[in-house]
Design a protein around this ligand. Structure first.
Ligand SMILES: [Fe+2]
Ligand SMILES: [Fe+2]
Length: 298
């Protein structure tokens, strides 16, 4: 079946619709009533801490975007400035408030742009490199937003089963409604670049090499302590025995767009590797008796 052609207009319309449909969630609309704080904490403390931090890191993501795409166009600007950043920062603030209700420490987002990004940013002033950076930025967005969608779905189900209706329905549910639109933006934007043959073969080759070398799970920031924290999240969400399926889910967009030439690569091996590494690093840290991840990261 021929795939639909994604036009710039279609993406712009999508962004506008997201802005109209989903204003940032106001803090005072959520009901933070918790029936059994100890139970919520023992099941989801790692997850809440991780997600609050990652959501609050949106401000760094915006700086990275400006470094990587100095010539950002109006649709991209509208997405990050009017839709994405205002929505994500509220997710972070609300989750951070929730974890403090549970007597957990406030989140400490990592807000420094890495040297690696700055270097790629310097090269991105060269137009053909900026196009490669742009594709990688969209693929990263698609994979990380997909991870967010899956995580919020799992937490919503888990909290509902625990009878924690207030936080499931007034916190997790509205947040989880906003994530698929972010995913769709990145997915459509990456697809449009490939459909329009914006990249020459050498640029696609470079994109593949860089992707394999630099893939990171959401919020791991290329740091082992955060990777171990991510391992704890995977385990808390009950996904450690389905890593291959999970890798397939979060790598679907790039399998299709970047690796279509490699038949059968429906699970990008570097994604599966990243997942296994996170789980291993978590177990390793536990065996050394260093739980309290967060402290290790700081
Ligand atoms: Fe979010
Ligand atoms: Fe998002």
């Amino acid at each position: 079946m021929p795939r639909q052609i994604i036009t710039g207009q279609k993406i712009a319309d999508h962004v506008k619709r997201l802005g109209d449909l989903y204003p940032p969630i106001p803090l005072d609309t959520v009901d933070r009533t918790i029936l059994d704080a100890d139970a919520v904490k023992s099941k989801y403390s790692y997850v809440l801490d991780y997600l609050a931090r990652v959501e609050l890191e949106v401000d760094r993501n915006v700086l990275e975007l400006l470094v990587l795409l100095p010539d950002v166009d109006e649709t991209n600007r509208m997405f990050y400035a009017d839709v994405w950043q205002p929505q994500e920062i509220q997710h972070g603030l609300i989750l951070d408030r929730l974890q403090q209700d549970l007597d957990m420490p406030a989140s400490q987002p990592h807000l420094e742009v890495s040297a690696k990004i700055k270097m790629l940013g310097a090269l991105a002033h060269f137009e053909p490199i900026q196009q490669v950076a742009k594709l990688l930025y969209y693929l990263t967005g698609a994979s990380t937003e997909r991870q967010a969608v899956l995580a919020y779905n799992q937490i919503h189900t888990g909290l509902t089963e625990m009878g924690e209706r207030a936080i499931a329905e007034t916190i997790i549910s509205p947040i989880k409604q906003q994530e698929p639109g972010h995913f769709a933006f990145y997915q459509m934007s990456a697809t449009a670049m490939i459909q329009a043959h914006e990249l020459k073969p050498w640029q696609l080759f470079l994109a593949r090499v860089l992707r394999e070398k630099s893939y990171g799970l959401v919020g791991t920031n290329a740091m082992d302590a955060y990777k171990a924290d991510m391992g704890a999240v995977i385990i808390s969400l009950g996904m450690e025995h389905g890593l291959e399926e999970y890798a397939r889910e979060i790598g679907r967009v790039e399998s299709r767009l970047l690796w279509a030439n490699k038949q059968g690569m429906d699970v990008p091996p570097y994604i599966l590797r990243a997942l296994r590494e996170s789980v291993d690093l978590y177990h390793e840290r536990e065996s050394r008796g260093l739980s309290g991840s967060v402290a290790a990261a700081r």
